[in-house]
Design a protein around this ligand. Structure first.
Ligand SMILES: *Cc1c(COP(=O)(O)O)cnc(C)c1O
Length: 485
C-alpha cells in the first residue's frame, strides 16, 4: 500500500499549469452580469490545484489503487454476493445495437433490445417458478416495495381492507421491515428458533385475519434453508395471507428449488448479486419482480408483451400499481444478467449453486475450530460465525474485521443478522478457488491467535492501510468532505 501512497493532486499544483486546452472562442463572449443574478456569480477563482494532464492521471490512478474490489481480492461480504463479474458481460453491454439506443426511440426500431428483455423475463420466470416478471425495479429494496404494493392492491381489490400486517422474521435483512413501512403496512416480527429457522409455533401465534403477507428469504440470512417452508406457506395461505420471497440471494438454490414451488406468490431477485451485475459502489442495480398469474394484473406498467414475434409495451393495465421507475429498468444491468444466464446455461447455474454451497461449507467447517458457530448444521451459500470467544479476550468483531484489512482481505458482513452476537456473516461465492479460501482461513486463524497473544495488535488495526481506524460515528455525523492539508 505504501508504494502507491504518493501525494494526491492537492499538494502538487503549481500556478499556471493546466491539463486542458480549449479552442479559441469563436462566438461573442457572454455578459455574465446580465445573464445571472449577482448572487450566482463567483467573485474569486476557486482554490483548485493547477496540474498537468499527467499529474491528473496519476491522481486518479492513485485513488483507484486505494480501492478494493472483487477484481482485486477476496470479498466475502455476506448477503452481498460479491462474485466475479465475467468480462464477456461488458462486451455484450458495449455492442452498438444496445449501447447507442435511446428509451424514447420508436419501439419498432428497438425490437432486438425488447426481445432481450422479454427473454430475460422468461428465464427469470423459469429459474424462480413464477408466471410473469417485470424488470422495472432498480434494486432489491425497490423490488420489495413493488411486491408489497401489489399484495396491498390485491387485498384491497378483494375488499380485504384490514390486511395491513406483514410478518417478518427477526433475522431479516433491514430492507424488509423498511419496505413494509414505506408500503404503508405494519411489521409483525416472528421469532427464530434454536436451529436458526422460523419458529412455526410463533408463526401460528402471529398469523391472523389482518395478515397481508409473510415476507421471507430462503435460505435465510443465517445461510440456513427453511426446511418447513411448505408448512409455513400452508399456515399463511389458510389464513388468507400471501407469501413474499426476498430473492436477493439465489446463489444456493438455482436449479435445485424455486420459490414458486415453495408456495411463494410474489418474489424479487437481485440481478446485481446472483446474476453478476457489478455492484458495491452503490449501483446501478436491478431488482425484477416475479408473480403468480393471480398477481399479474397488478404488475407495474407498462408490461412488456410479445404478440406474433412482435414486442410492445402495454400501458392499458387498469389494475396495475402504476409506473415505479422511468423507462423499463436498468437496461445495462439486465443485459449483463441476460448474458450471464445465456453463457452459463441451466446446467451452469446449477453448478454455481453447488460450488457456492461447497465453498461456504468448507470455510465454515475449517473456521468453526477457532470461532463460535451458533448454528452447527450445514449451511447454504453463506454462514454466520460469532466473535463471542474473542470478545472475552477484549477483541471485538469490528477489530477482527479491521485486522483482516492488514492481510489484504475484505471483511465479512459484521453485526448482522442481529440475532447473532458479534456476528460475522461470510459468503465466499462459487468463483473463488480453494487456494484463495485457504489463504483467508489462514488469516482468520492468525487473527484468532493474535487475539490471544497480542490483543492490542488487533484492537488497533488496521496498520497497513492508507486510512487508519475511523471514528465511524463522527465520520457519519460530521463528515469532512473537503480536503484539508
Ligand atoms: C442485498 C439484499 C437486499 C437489498 O437489495 P438492494 O439491491 O441493496 O436494495 C434485500 N434482501 C437481502 C437478503 C439482501 O441480501
Amino acid at each position: 500500500m505504501a508504494k502507491t501512497d504518493f501525494p494526491l493532486i492537492f499538494e502538487r499544483g503549481k500556478e499556471g499549469r493546466t491539463s486542458y486546452s480549449l479552442p479559441e472562442l469563436d462566438v461573442p463572449e457572454m455578459d455574465l452580469d446580465s445573464a445571472f443574478a449577482d448572487s450566482y456569480i463567483r467573485k474569486e477563482a476557486p482554490n483548485l490545484p493547477e496540474v498537468s494532464e499527467l499529474e491528473l492521471m496519476r491522481h486518479y490512478t492513485a485513488l483507484s489503487r486505494r480501492n478494493y474490489g472483487v477484481d482485486s481480492g477476496f470479498y466475502p461480504l455476506g448477503s452481498c454476493t460479491m462474485k466475479y463479474n465475467p468480462k464477456i458481460n461488458e462486451d455484450a453491454a458495449r455492442l452498438e445495437g444496445f449501447s447507442y439506443i435511446h428509451p424514447h426511440q420508436d419501439p419498432e426500431t428497438v425490437q432486438g433490445a425488447m426481445e432481450m428483455m422479454y427473454d430475460l423475463q422468461t428465464s427469470l420466470a423459469e429459474i424462480t417458478g413464477m408466471h410473469d416478471f417485470s424488470l422495472q425495479s432498480a434494486a432489491g429494496a425497490q423490488g420489495e416495495w413493488t411486491g408489497l404494493m401489489m399484495i396491498r392492491a390485491f387485498h384491497e381489490t378483494n375488499g380485504d381492507l384490514n390486511r395491513s400486517k406483514v410478518i417478518v422474521p427477526d433475522s431479516a435483512h433491514g430492507t424488509n421491515p423498511a419496505s413494509v413501512s414505506v408500503a404503508g403496512l405494519d411489521v409483525v416480527t416472528v421469532k427464530t428458533n434454536e436451529h436458526g429457522l422460523v419458529d412455526l409455533e410463533d408463526l401460528k401465534r402471529v398469523v391472523d385475519d389482518e395478515t397481508a403477507a409473510l415476507m421471507l428469504t430462503n435460505p435465510n440470512t443465517l445461510g440456513l434453508f427453511e426446511t418447513e417452508i411448505m408448512e409455513m406457506a400452508e399456515i399463511v395461505h389458510n389464513a388468507g395471507g400471501k407469501l413474499y420471497y426476498d430473492g436477493a440471494n439465489l446463489n444456493a438454490i438455482m436449479g435445485y428449488t424455486r420459490p414458486g414451488d415453495m408456495g411463494f406468490d410474489v418474489v424479487h431477485m437481485n440481478l446485481h448479486k446472483t446474476f453478476t451485475g457489478p455492484h458495491g459502489g452503490g449501483g446501478p442495480g436491478s431488482g425484477p419482480v416475479g408473480v403468480t398469474s393471480e398477481f399479474a394484473p397488478y404488475l407495474p406498467k407498462p408490461v412488456l408483451m410479445k404478440r406474433d414475434d412482435h414486442y410492445t409495451f402495454d400501458h392499458d393495465r387498469p389494475a396495475s400499481i402504476g409506473r415505479i421507475k422511468p423507462y423499463y429498468g436498468n437496461f445495462g444491468i439486465n443485459l449483463r444478467a441476460y448474458t450471464y444466464i445465456r453463457t452459463m446455461g441451466a446446467e451452469g447455474l446449477k453448478k454455481v449453486s453447488e460450488h457456492a454451497v461447497l465453498n461456504a461449507n468448507y470455510l465454515m467447517r475449517r473456521l468453526e475450530k477457532e470461532y463460535e458457530l451458533p448454528y452447527p448444521q450445514h449451511c447454504k451459500h453463506e454462514f454466520v460465525l460469532s466473535g463471542k470467544k474473542q470478545k472475552q479476550l477484549g477483541v471485538r468483531t469490528l477489530d477482527i474485521a479491521k485486522r483482516l484489512l492488514d492481510y489484504d482481505y475484505h471483511p465479512p458482513t459484521i453485526y448482522f443478522p442481529l440475532n447473532v452476537e458479534e456476528a460475522m456473516m461470510t459468503e465466499p461465492t462459487e468463483t473463488e478457488s480453494k487456494e484463495t479460501l485457504d489463504g483467508f482461513i489462514d488469516a482468520m486463524i492468525r487473527i484468532s491467535e493474535e487475539a490471544k497473544d497480542d490483543p492490542e495488535l488487533v484492537q488497533e488495526a488496521p496498520h497497513q492501510t492508507v486510512v487508519k481506524r475511523m471514528d465511524e460515528t463522527t465520520a457519519a455525523r460530521k463528515p469532512i468532505l473537503r480536503y484539508q492539508q
